[in-house]
Design a protein around this ligand. Structure first.
Ligand SMILES: [Zn+2]
Length: 348
């Protein structure tokens, strides 16, 4: 089957590759419609690895996918041929302790799309366990359906933040994950969410979201603005979504006493911590690694309009343009938020 294959670092091809086409009793077959390009896909393309995961053999990219069911295994009771769906791209064993505890995202043996050596979904047809495939309602487009994967990351962050109604949030980093985290925080009860970035163009998206307050770090000092707006109290919930070591300094200067900090952007390097401030303010920390049980609530918030991702989808390429799409993504243009690849031209 034709697929977008990462041969090795900086080498992509759209070519035929052997992929499974036998449908098991618990599986469904999906005609892929739209696949979003994730920061991790770009990272594998540019660097050939992320932390411990190295691309040692050709791998199909893509893990943010939506499509249409074209076949179902004999045990599948919920999904039917013709259903419009999105896919939670991780296959987990039901026997692990992590699964039983509801934290299957920490299962070390998880098979996650486009994480070496597991092939991703940038191909016209995939087979996947039906219990990780979720129906999307008619009012959600395939393009929005492919955004459920990044939304799930934001939802995991906000779930871990245990937001109380009316709290003030601050998100560092205005990329796709920062934005979906901010929108999930608003949907989860924050009255106001600030979002800060060092790239001015990225913050322009906030004009579509009246309750999201952009802070341009090239023009304003973050802690001064936060303390001025909160009468010297600080923010209740802090979400680090930039992955920049420098961003951690803002935790100490922007958080209120008792604030909860959620670390979403993963750092490859050790980060210095001002422990005296952490102790004296009683700050709590949570971390996010992918997500568990976030697809259904994410789809409901999309369908209700409480989370609107349309302004984030800034460019769509055809499947035949997949290599160009990745070259464009690797340019890291500040005005590009989410680039997607449309595989299925028949269904709208
Ligand atoms: Zn992703």
């Amino acid at each position: 089957m034709r697929a977008l294959v990462l041969e090795k670092k900086l080498e992509l091809s759209l070519r035929d590759i052997d992929l499974p086409n036998e449908i098991g009793p618990d599986d469904v077959k999906i005609k892929m419609h739209t696949v979003g390009i994730c920061g991790s896909d770009i990272h594998y393309y540019e660097h050939g690895k992320i932390g411990q995961w190295k691309v040692n053999q050709p791998m199909v990219l893509g893990h943010e996918g939506s499509g249409t069911i074209t076949d179902v295994g004999k045990n599948e009771k919920i999904l039917k041929i013709g259903d419009r769906v999105c896919v939670e791209p991780q296959i987990v064993s039901k026997k692990t302790k992590e699964y039983k505890l509801g934290i299957y995202n920490y299962d070390q043996a998880v098979k996650f799309w486009a994480t070496p050596p597991i092939h991703g979904c940038l191909t016209p047809e995939v087979i996947f366990p039906g219990d990780m495939v979720f129906k999307i309602p008619e009012n959600i487009s395939y393009s929005e359906g492919a955004m459920v994967e990044p939304i799930a990351v934001g939802m995991q962050a906000v779930t871990k933040a245990s937001i109380k109604p009316g709290q003030i949030g601050l998100v560092l980093g205005c990329g796709p994950i920062g934005l979906v985290t901010a929108l999930a925080a608003l949907a989860g009860g924050c009255s106001t969410v600030y979002i800060a970035d060092i790239v001015s163009e990225k913050l322009e998206t906030c004009e579509h979201y009246p309750d999201l307050i952009p802070i341009d770090l090239t023009k304003e000092k973050l802690s001064e603005r936060i303390m001025k707006d909160t009468n010297g109290w600080g923010v209740d919930r802090f979400f680090e979504c930039s992955g920049a070591v420098k961003a951690y300094e803002s935790i100490f200067t922007c958080c209120s006493p008792g604030a909860l900090v959620v670390l979403v952007g993963n750092n490859a390097e050790p980060v210095p911590m001002d422990w005296a401030v952490l102790f004296s303010k009683g700050l709590e920390f949570q971390t996010v690694h992918r997500y568990s049980h976030q697809y259904e609530p994410s789809i409901r918030l999309l369908a209700s309009g409480k989370i609107n991702v349309k302004p984030m989808i800034t460019h769509t390429f055809n499947f035949e343009e997949s290599v160009e799409a990745f070259e464009r993504a690797a340019e890291h243009r500040p005005s590009d938020i989410k680039l997607q690849i449309r595989i299925d031209q028949e269904n709208s």
